[in-house]
Design a protein around this ligand. Structure first.
Ligand SMILES: [Zn+2]
Length: 570
């Protein structure tokens, strides 16, 4: 029997094509109407007996919904929906479980490569363990090739000798890896620790001046400690060979990380910065049916080629879509190198700017005038102001309707910054798990600054549609930890940072769902449980409204469904 497309499938494919050519602006009003038109037919899937938070103001709560061809086609009471069930309908009895729209992470780096193939140090707990694992890697590494440790977290690794937390240094690395160049990158990116061999090969000595936009840290005696920050790391770019990942490994990385992230309840993610290899890996995994989440991909190095080929932000389909071009203007929040107007506590360190105002203007002008969205990493207030200056300038000179340019992280704000973001309609993407997970790093910012960091309360109060963003790998991606962090502002040791920025569970759900959809111009097709939108939802074993707020992160994700298809089931 030859395969005949049902009307709904046909419309679904047409919708995907239309979306693919729907460049730039908001995805899908027409698409959504066409998709909803298939509502007269029997559903493929029905969920009954749910405690459903729809995040749709027109109908905030429901008990049941029906899904056909990957879209919600009806949302309502058990009685309404039960009537639609036929022999061919799969029925999920939610048994009173909490159901929400799928969660959206608007800033992360989900390649799954470090986790699978590198010395992955994000969860290492002792300096001895770091050294042991690097020494093992050195034994199997040919001479002259890098030995690398990825994603070391300086505040989570203890020195067994003293029982205290301390940062690793070049002397630790020399003990573990005496003969190869070695580097250990920080969990937050942006900074890394190098051994003596690597420093020697790069020609860096205690007398080498710091380059613009970077720093070689020195101790009180003026000796290099091995810590190298921001642009100074470029000195090591070509000193030794680095094995490349294979195409198969990259595809497997996407399959692996999309499995992990959907198991945590994420149904859409934004990969903020990637090259051609990343884009190929996503397409390979998608084509093989191994990519479980929807992806909004931000080109970095490959932007000029895409632009030349006529591609713009919004190109793609509902599973894989091109996002804004990505740039970076300052240092890191977790690595303590972001550019601020006041220094880190007890220092005269104001952090590092990695682009000048002129460079930011130039990059933004080029992308904006070519019809692209722009997304610029800016953590500190000084960096954020540079980005706002550039966005306001291009809108003044070459106005576009609703460009929604983004400020990635937008960590440290103030009332003037908040007013400017609200007035321009720009999208900030503050870290949503950092307050909880990285608590040991906040003392260096001090109490007063944390009142204005990851300012979800302030953004909402100023009418800004702030989405969620983990920056995984630097921050954990689990959205339930994120909700706990935003609601409690408590770190893992119970200290509270910036209680004034707390938001409610309902507000956190808005951040995690519909505001995430808005951040990719997809609020018309996802982010709420609404007839006509993609059937992306999660079932939670407990209701985050009901549990102790300090336990929200322990809630089990019972099922994650993307486009009507179960991608995770506990
Ligand atoms: Zn990032």
């Amino acid at each position: 029997m030859s395969k005949e497309y049902s009307r709904g499938e046909f419309l679904g494919i047409g919708g995907a094509l239309a979306a693919g050519f729907g460049l730039g602006g908001c995805v899908g009003t027409g698409e959504r109407e066409r998709r909803a038109a298939s509502g007269g037919e029997a559903p493929d899937l029905v969920l009954l007996n749910g405690k459903i938070y729809t995040v749709d103001d027109a109908q905030p709560r429901a008990e049941a919904f029906a899904v056909k061809n990957g879209d919600f086609i009806a949302v309502g009471s058990n009685d309404d929906i039960r009537n639609l069930v036929t022999r061919n309908t799969e029925v999920i009895d939610a048994g009173g479980m909490t159901v929400t729209p799928g969660f959206i992470d608007c800033h992360c780096h989900p390649q799954g490569l470090s986790e699978l193939y590198d010395v992955f140090l994000a969860y290492a707990t002792t300096i001895g363990e770091v050294k042991r694992r690097l020494a093992e890697k050195a034994r199997e590494t040919p001479p002259g090739q890098w030995v690398e440790g990825a994603r070391y977290d300086d505040t989570k690794v203890v020195d067994e000798a003293s029982g205290r937390y301390r940062r690793i240094n070049r002397w630790d690395l020399d003990e573990a890896v005496p003969n190869h160049p070695a580097r250990v990158s920080h969990r937050g990116g942006h900074i890394g620790w190098y051994n003596s061999k690597a420093l020697e090969m790069a020609g860096i000595t205690r007398n080498t001046p710091n380059p613009k936009g970077g720093r070689f840290e020195r101790d009180e005696k003026g000796e290099l400690t091995g810590l190298v920050e921001e642009r100074a790391q470029r000195a090591f770019d070509n000193i030794a060979r680095q094995p490349a990942y294979t195409r198969e490994q990259r595809q497997a990385g996407v399959a692996y990380i999309s499995k992990m992230m959907t198991a945590a309840g994420l149904t859409s993610v934004h990969q903020t910065g990637g090259d051609a290899d990343n884009l190929i890996a996503l397409q390979d995994a998608y084509a093989a049916g191994e990519m479980r989440f929807r992806m909004y991909f931000f080109p970095r190095g490959v932007f000029p080629l895409l632009k030349e080929a006529g591609v713009r932000t919004g190109f793609g389909d509902p599973w894989l879509r091109i996002g804004p071009v990505k740039y970076s203007t300052d240092g890191s929040n977790s690595g303590r190198s972001m550019a601020m107007s006041t220094p880190y506590v007890g220092t005269n360190n104001y952090g590092i700017l990695t682009m000048t105002q002129a460079e930011v203007h130039e990059a933004v002008e080029e992308a904006h005038r070519a019809g692209w969205r722009v997304a610029i990493h800016a953590n500190g207030d000084v960096a954020i102001e540079q980005v706002l200056n550039a966005y306001e300038r291009v809108q003044r000179l070459w106005p576009r309707t609703d460009p929604r340019h983004r400020i990635e992280h937008c960590t440290l704000v103030n009332p003037s910054i908040l007013r400017r973001i609200a007035a321009g309609g720009w999208i900030p993407t503050p870290f949503w798990t950092y307050c909880h997970y990285h608590g040991d790093k906040w003392a260096e910012y001090g109490e007063e600054k944390t009142r204005w960091m990851w300012a979800h309360r302030s953004f909402l109060d100023y009418g800004i549609k702030v989405p969620g963003a983990s920056d995984y790998i630097p921050g954990p991606f689990e959205p339930l930890m994120a909700i706990q962090s935003m609601v409690t502002r408590k770190d893992m040791k119970g200290r509270v940072w910036g209680a004034n920025q707390r938001i409610s569970v309902d507000e956190a759900l808005v951040v995690a769902t519909i505001n995430g959809a808005y951040a990719s111009f997809e609020e018309g097709v996802k982010g709420s449980i609404t007839a006509g939108k993609y059937a992306d939802f999660v079932m939670l074993a407990e209701d985050p409204h009901d549990v102790d707020p300090d336990r929200i992160k322990e809630i089990k994700v019972a099922r994650t469904v993307v486009g009507g298809k179960t991608m995770h089931e506990a």
